[in-house]
Design a protein around this ligand. Structure first.
Ligand code: NAP
Length: 304
């Protein structure tokens, strides 16, 4: 069997196009531009890059964005004061405080402070609590797991009644992904670093979501034939020459790097029914779902 590749770039573009069309309709009708406020604390280059690509996506979709940058030694009070002012600001529809926050900041307190109607990242305890309760709906679902489920649905994978295995139990990917799958009536097993016989558990999965951050750990012979495999992992590895030595970039003179997932793609391709590539699978979905959540925030705040 050769798996069908689920192209996250294509699906993410469709989501973005739909959001852009809806935003254009709203602004043509004289409604304010949906606007996202981002908060970056410190100078982590990866966080700065994520925040900047979120602002860029807002622009591309006709939405507004404001970015706030606090120094790495910002105090809890400074961060909380900023969040309170963004909660009160009627021109701001969504608030995203980029994670991870520096160690002196109590992340949980900051996330709890974000108004539930502006919590477009979906990490406030109220949104997560609602996700965990039967019959309750969160206002916003965390963007990466939301993207994973959206990809499965777009590919036509049947979630109801499926055996789903989620590798990883982080607050931002694994746990919310598991809760979403339960909400869609899958039977879910969540694995973590203390799980025994991981290959044996994964072999039961009709749907596998891998979010452990371990380079190509899931091998082809772990996968049930025909399973749908969603690879969330993003791992940077050196590019090797045919003789096994590191390839050097002609431009920079430095060793070349490439991104791979948590799943050994070539092996999994031979067994799975569906698979997401890395890059180009889940990655582009995260920002697309954030844009969707920001539009939704504007709609909720306008009483729609
Ligand atoms: P994380 O917070 O480091 O959590 C990793 C999880 O994997 C933990 O629950 C951990 O178990 C489990 N784990 C680690 N090693 C394991 C092993 N050998 N066997 C079984 N379980 C193991 O990571 P994360 O933030 O969820 O991210 C996971 C991956 O997704 C990373 O590669 C990250 O870069 C990527 N990611 C991608 C996107 C995207 O937009 N595509 C977004 C977010 C994250 P314990 O709980 O027992 O420690």
């Amino acid at each position: 069997m050769t798996a069908q590749i689920i192209d996250g770039k294509v699906v993410a573009q469709q989501v973005r196009d739909n959001v852009a069309a809806e935003v254009a309709k709203r602004t043509a009708a004289g409604k304010p531009q949906p606007t996202l406020a981002t908060v970056l604390i410190g100078d982590r280059p990866d966080s700065a890059a994520y925040v900047s690509s979120k602002g860029k996506a807002c622009q591309e979709l006709g939405m507004g964005s404001v970015s706030h940058h606090l120094p790495a030694d910002a105090t809890q009070e400074q961060v909380e004061e900023l969040v309170r002012s963004l909660n009160a600001d009627k021109t701001v529809n969504g608030i995203l405080v980029q994670l991870p926050m520096p160690s002196q900041i109590n992340e949980e307190r900051v996330l709890s402070l974000i108004s539930i109607e502006k919590d477009v990242d979906g990490f406030s305890p109220i949104n997560i609590g609602r996700l965990a309760q039967k019959g309750r709906d969160p206002l916003f679902v965390p963007c990466t797991p939301y993207g994973c489920i959206y990809l499965l649905e777009q590919a036509g994978v049947k979630i109801e009644g499926a055996n789903a295995v989620v590798l990883g139990r982080s607050n931002i990917v694994g746990m919310p992904a598991a809760l979403l799958l339960i909400g869609k009536n899958a039977t879910v097993t969540v694995c973590h670093s203390r799980t025994r016989d991981l290959p044996g558990v994964v072999r039961q999965a009709d749907i596998l979501i891998a979010a452990i951050g371990k380079t190509e750990m899931v091998r082809g012979d772990w996968i049930k034939p025909g399973a749908a495999v969603i690879d969330v992992g993003i791992n940077s590895v050196p590019v090797l020459n045919p003789d096994g030595t590191p390839a050097i970039s002609e431009k920079t003179g430095k060793p070349r790097q490439k991104l791979v997932g948590d799943v050994k793609f070539d092996e999994a391709m031979e067994v799975a029914g569906f698979i997401t590539p890395v890059p180009g699978g889940v990655g582009p979905m995260t920002i697309a779902m954030l844009m969707r959540n920001t539009l939704r925030a504007a709609q909720i705040q306008q009483g729609e």
